[in-house]
Design a protein around this ligand. Structure first.
Ligand code: NAP
Length: 296
């Protein structure tokens, strides 16, 4: 069994991006600039945004965090989105989800200029992904593809079972793995909570990508010998031995599943850091697109 090391792989990507930023600056350009909008005080969201901003600093991007009170109106947030759409000093921005219940997330996402939608959540970018056109691929599936590519994992002709059909992970993941690309060219089954005979289905998988948010759901008896297992899950579980008071647990029973795998990711050093690196890649892409071409 070999670990697919997202920490090492993302570090490689961050170094590449840092070099590119240094070149941009050496030739008289300004650094790429990411803005993150944080609404309310959700602890996990605050952490995620803090990590993203720290990543920006590390590679030499400019970054701005915009904090808004949980009580803001939907219109206030829409106004902020249009301000960011118009602001030529900002190349891309994210609205950290989830938003407070009184704000319609879809309405906000629809208002983002697709050229600045570095999360890849806008309908135009999702549509382009489906059509195989240039786009921003949402960060987690993009990071997983990069992890497979950089580790030279063969996916062509393999049976890939994706567990979970969310718009941000499972569904784009299934599209990317089925595309005529490398990695890709897999035969994909997209499974969800209504899938019958899940265990039998998983046992036919050469590649398992698990994104359901249920701790240690995928057990060793569901995994074929030699399978590649990618664990996307990240659920906070109380843990008094940790400074933060919790630890993140994946969707895969890592200790038992690893003995059967050819390759496996671990939580939190697998998909998480790759997701963060992908956002940096998308921001650099946005910088170029907003400068050089109108083709996202
Ligand atoms: P989500 O919106 O929470 O949806 C969960 C999906 O799992 C749904 O499609 C659901 O099916 C399916 N599901 C639930 N129980 C199932 C079961 N028993 N058998 C089969 N399928 C089942 O998904 P998400 O936002 O993609 O998040 C999934 C996990 O990934 C979470 O732990 C999240 O924190 C983590 N995540 C991690 C990263 C990272 O960077 N590491 C990024 C994003 C998400 P239905 O559609 O039928 O309800």
């Amino acid at each position: 069994m070999q670990l697919l090391d997202g920490n090492a792989c993302s570090e490689e990507i961050r170094k590449e991006i840092k070099n590119e930023v240094e070149n941009i600056i050496a030739t008289g350009g300004r650094p790429p600039h990411l803005a993150a909008v944080l609404v309310g005080n959700d602890g996990a969201s605050q952490n995620y945004v803090a990590f993203k901003i720290r990543d920006c600093e590390e590679v030499g991007f400019d970054s701005t965090t915009i904090r808004m009170d949980a009580s803001i109106t939907e219109q206030d947030l829409l106004n902020k989105v249009s301000e960011l759409n118009e602001n030529t000093a900002i190349d891309g921005f994210i609205i950290q989800l989830p938003l407070p219940a009184h704000i319609n997330e879809s309405k906000i996402v629809l208002a983002i200029d697709p050229k600045k939608d570095v999360d890849g959540f806008c309908p135009e970018n999702v549509g382009n992904l489906n059509l195989g056109l240039p786009t921003y691929v949402s960060a987690t599936p993009n990071g997983i593809m990069e992890l497979l590519r950089r580790n030279k994992i063969t996916t062509e002709g393999k049976h890939c079972v994706v567990l979970g059909r969310s718009n941000i992970v499972g569904t784009p993941m299934a599209i990317l793995m089925s595309r005529n690309t490398d990695p890709g060219n897999a035969t994909v089954t997209l499974a969800h909570s209504r899938t019958k005979n899940l265990k039998e289905l998983c046992l036919t998988a050469d590649i398992l990508i698990v994104a359901i948010g249920k701790t240690e759901f995928l057990t060793a008896d569901m995994v074929k010998e030699g399978a590649v297992v990618i664990d996307v899950g990240q659920t906070r579980v109380p843990d008094s031995t940790k400074k933060a008071g919790f630890r993140n647990v994946g969707d895969v029973d890592f200790e038992n599943v690893k003995t059967k795998c050819s390759y496996i990711t671990y939580v939190t050093g697998g998909v998480g850091p790759m997701t963060r690196a992908s956002l940096l890649q998308n921001t650099l892409k946005a910088y170029r697109i907003n400068r050089e071409t109108s083709d996202v």
